[in-house]
Design a protein around this ligand. Structure first.
Ligand SMILES: Nc1ncnc2c1ncn2[C@@H]1O[C@H](COP(=O)(O)OP(=O)(O)O)[C@@H](O)[C@H]1O
Ligand SMILES: [Mg+2]
Length: 370
């Protein structure tokens, strides 16, 4: 089947679009991919929806700015798909399904609440293709974390990869998540801690810039190792998998224990960047055994300072980017939602006791025809 996946992650940088060909077990071809960045005003709307989201009591509740953000986000996804089709001369009829993640505005699995805004039916109408959306709902309703969803895709790719097992696939988005793959066992997965969100927020607050471009500022700073040690004392890091995080879960903790307010820009950036590397290294203690090969994807893989810190922390293993092993560093998550949409159509499992804590392997997603 030919499927398109759409992802807008917690970094709120833009919409990733990717096409793959797959039967839901293996990927026979990677198609083209694209990225449509958000404009400043789009980000402002998404941020205000995220600020308002903690008041939500039900995953379907939409009011005020959240309803406005959902309409806007759906329209932006439709325009991203239509631009992608036009740029690559793809006929809508040739696409079997579109996997639409939506934008997470709240993730509180303990309260069985995970909210992704995005109107699947409206998107299907706008683009004229079948859409699968609401991928996390069934898992969370059954008592799972609803995240991460990508492990089954990572496993499918890792099967075809010539690297010593166990293999860890690390995605560095707003938060970081890892998939641990050891042969054909169900993949093990969890969030590891913050990735780019805290660094981005720090930059936005201090300089107005959206991020530490290429990690240049962090590279010039000094890591406050004592602060890192204090931060690693958070009980999350020693918790067994499965476990998942909301974008802002560590905002207060880091505010209280990192002392970045008193630091200059370079030292603050260096310390927050090391926090991501150090929390990834911490996860090794809760995995079944230490990974031998690490494959890093997501925007964080584009930050050489973060990659250097990671390689140093994980020095007994190899650390490569997804691009380096023939996958896509930028499009891996969007490709995953194309893959998950096909699995959803075939009622195949998306989540497992070892990835989300679901009581049994579970399918998910809601199909809407145009
Ligand atoms: N060249 C770069 N230098 C530093 N950071 C980068 C670079 N490219 C991307 N990033 C970081 O990656 C983030 C986007 O990562 P992404 O994988 O899209 O996350 P998400 O899935 O949460 O949207 C940006 O917000 C930024 O922090
Ligand atoms: Mg992104």
């Amino acid at each position: 089947m030919r499927a398109i996946g759409l992802m807008s992650g917690t970094s709120m940088d833009g919409i990733d679009v990717a096409m793959i060909e797959t039967d839901g077990n293996t990927v026979s071809r990677f198609g083209p991919n694209a990225f449509q960045p958000y404009q400043q005003q789009d980000i402002a709307v998404l941020r205000s929806a995220m600020e308002a989201a903690p008041a939500l009591r039900a995953r379907t509740e939409r009011a005020g700015v959240i309803a406005e953000a959902e309409r806007m986000s759906t329209v932006l996804h439709a325009s991203a798909v239509n631009a992608f089709l036009a740029a690559n001369e793809i006929e809508p009829k040739s696409i079997d399904v579109v996997g639409y993640h939506g934008q997470t505005v709240l993730h509180r699995p303990k309260e069985k609440l995970t909210v992704q805004i995005g109107d699947g039916a409206a998107l299907a109408r706008e683009i004229g293709m079948p859409v699968v959306y609401d991928f996390r709902a069934a898992d969370v309703a059954a008592g799972g974390q609803g995240a991460p969803l990508v492990p089954v895709f990572h496993q499918a790719l890792a099967r075809a990869l010539d690297r010593p097992p166990p293999i860890a696939v690390l995605n560095l988005g707003g938060v970081a998540n890892i998939t641990f793959i050891d042969g054909d066992n169900d993949p093990v997965a969890c969030d590891t801690g913050p990735a780019n969100a805290l660094i981005d927020d720090f930059f936005r607050a201090r300089t107005g810039a959206p991020r530490d471009q290429d990690g240049a500022t962090a590279a010039a700073g000094r890591v406050d190792e004592a602060a890192i040690a204090r931060l690693l004392a958070h009980p999350f890091f020693a918790q067994p998998y499965p476990k998942s995080l909301d974008r802002n879960d560590f905002r207060e903790w880091v505010g209280a224990h990192a002392g970045v307010v008193q630091k200059n820009l370079q030292d603050g950036a260096a310390t927050l960047t090391m926090l991501t590397a150090a929390t990834v290294a911490e996860v090794v203690h809760v995995l079944p055994r230490p990974p031998k090969s690490w494959i890093v994807a997501g925007g964080g893989a584009r930050n050489p300072t973060l990659m250097r810190m990671l390689t140093d922390k994980l020095r007994l293993a190899t650390v490569e980017t997804a691009d380096q092993v023939g996958w896509s560093t930028d499009a891996l998550e969007a490709q995953a939602f194309a893959f998950l949409a096909v699995r959803s159509l075939k009622k195949m499992p998306l989540t497992f006791p070892t990835t989300t804590g679901a009581p049994q392997p579970m399918t998910g997603g809601v199909l809407v025809e145009p």
